[in-house]
Design a protein around this ligand. Structure first.
Ligand code: MG
Length: 251
């Protein structure tokens, strides 16, 4: 397993590779050519940014079997996809801003796949080589607006509604990861990606047959049972095994 972050030190933005408590600065692009330099920082020296710069954030609707069973929905025949705009992206530690338009904003803990190379019309059997790694994502949703609108764009797209990070982990089994959401210190969602309706390869293949995926693009893989509302002052943590904890506060 390798772990990467994107960070700011003074005015310079770089990728870094994590080695225990130390971040080794990378020169170049983790999705292309790069080298690990001998410049190292501790976490207290740097500011963590979103782990990559996607051209799109694709999200999958219902994708956990237990969640489907508990809400009484039949298993979908194909993934439901929607998009979140890049302006919704929020770094680890950033504040989720509650919009005036909504009376109910919910968290949704998700495992996010990070695409490593251009993927168009690929088959599930070849999908693994296009996945660079995984990170944590919170698919923050204005639930009242989602129910009111036919399209989910408004409900899913407010600024700060897509916290992601803090790091990207590579070389792990993306279809067997524990995922947890912790709301003000209390666990509210707890599952494992082995409960996926569509596994990571099927998801990447499906989306690549709709739109070309570019390096750094994000696919959020759906949320397990236990979603719930947030209020100002809350702390929300999305914890994914082998990745870490994405923490954000709400205002
Ligand atoms: Mg979701």
């Amino acid at each position: 397993m390798m772990q990467f972050v994107r960070f700011k030190k003074d005015d310079a933005v770089s990728y870094g590779e994590i080695n225990g408590q130390i971040i080794d600065r990378i020169e170049g692009d983790i999705f292309g050519e790069y080298k690990v330099t001998d410049e190292s920082f501790s976490f207290s020296d740097i500011k963590i940014l979103t782990p990559c710069l996607p051209t799109k954030i694709v999200c999958i609707g219902l994708n956990y079997k237990a969640h489907a069973a508990e809400v009484g929905l039949e298993l979908p025949e194909e993934p439901l996809i929607f998009l979140k705009p890049l302006t919704a992206a929020l770094k680890h530690g950033g504040e989720i801003i509650l919009p005036k338009m909504s009376k109910q904003v919910d968290y949704e803990a998700e495992v996010a796949l990070v695409i490593g190379k251009i993927a168009s019309n690929i088959e599930p059997e070849e999908a693994k080589e296009y996945i660079f790694g995984v990170t944590c994502l919170n698919d923050v949703t204005a639930r009242d607006l989602q129910k009111k609108d036919c399209q989910w764009t408004r409900a899913k797209s407010f600024d700060t509604f897509s916290p992601l990070g803090p790091r990207i982990s590579t070389g792990i089994d993306y279809d067997n990861l524990d995922i947890e959401l912790i709301h003000n210190g209390v666990t509210k969602q707890k599952s494992n990606t082995s409960d996926f309706i569509f596994n990571s390869s099927e998801i990447v293949s499906f989306v690549s047959k709709v739109m070309t995926l570019l390096p750094g693009d994000i696919i959020a893989t759906g949320t397990p049972f236990g979603i719930g509302p947030v209020k100002s002052g809350d702390t929300i943590e999305v914890k994914v095994e082998s990745v870490g904890v994405l923490m954000n506060t709400v205002r």
